[in-house]
Design a protein around this ligand. Structure first.
Ligand SMILES: [Zn+2]
Length: 66
């Protein structure tokens, strides 16, 4: 399994928490899609900081050809 290909990681711009999302986790957030493109969908994901943080980050996920 290729780590680069299956996870998204980014630093929250508000609290600095390192968010790590697997592709599967993101795809389960179907309701949080803010934009559907031809080749990718953009999700608005809430910060995972366990202390609580309401910052949202927009993450583009490429669709996979099957
Ligand atoms: Zn945060």
């Amino acid at each position: 399994m290729s780590d680069n290909d299956n996870t998204e990681r980014y630093m929250c711009s508000k609290c600095g928490y390192l968010n790590i999302w697997t592709r599967d986790e993101i795809l389960q957030r179907g309701r949080e899609i803010v934009y559907r493109g031809d080749n990718e969908d953009v999700y608005s994901l809430r910060c995972k900081n366990p202390k609580g943080c309401d910052q949202r980050m927009r993450i583009a996920v490429k669709r996979r050809e099957k």
